[in-house]
Design a protein around this ligand. Structure first.
Ligand SMILES: [Zn+2]
Length: 168
């Protein structure tokens, strides 16, 4: 039987999680999905009290209406190490697993790198394969969208590291 256009546009059981690992809060993505309960948004980023976008990305922004509880902000201090970042990543991944996502979208920023001229985290290049491996362990069909990253000399290596980690 042919599927109707409406079943194609709105397939059953299509819960999507967006995980934003860019250094900056994903304020636009948060705003788009803030009142939806079928899209879970998690963002690990610099505390907006000190970094762009300043007006959004605080931990108490948890969604509204049907989306209440489906928005998770994990703002962090300056100088975040690989170990600290991976521990916080676990919190985001556990929340995504609990949500029961069928698909995952990664907003993949690399301005978390220690050598980035804009960010103030301290991740090493070794962090990205580890991040990719943990993301892949969710076992979800995953779309990676490249976002920020301004340490141009290391950007390719860091991106390749994330993707290598996801293939393990
Ligand atoms: Zn950024």
């Amino acid at each position: 039987m042919a599927r109707s256009p409406s079943s194609i546009l709105h397939p059953p059981s299509s819960k999507v999680a967006v995980l934003d690992i860019d250094f900056h809060h994903g304020n636009g993505t948060q705003q788009i999905f803030y009142t939806r309960g079928d899209v879970f948004f998690a963002s690990i980023h610099a505390d907006p009290a000190r970094e762009y976008p300043y007006f959004a990305g605080y931990a108490d922004e948890r969604g509204a209406g049907a989306g209440l509880g489906y928005n998770l902000n994990l703002p962090l201090e300056a100088g975040v190490s690989d170990e600290r970042y991976l521990a916080v990543l676990e919190i985001a991944l556990e929340a995504i697993a609990t949500f029961g996502a069928h698909y995952l979208v990664i907003s993949a920023g690399f301005d978390t790198f220690g050598g980035d001229p804009i960010g103030d985290f301290a991740l090493s290049s070794a962090a990205y394969p580890a991040i990719g491996r943990r993301i892949a362990e969710l076992g979800l069909p995953t779309l990676v969208v490249q976002e920020g990253g301004y340490a141009v000399a290391e950007l390719g290596e860091n991106l390749a590291g994330l993707l290598r980690g996801m293939l393990i």
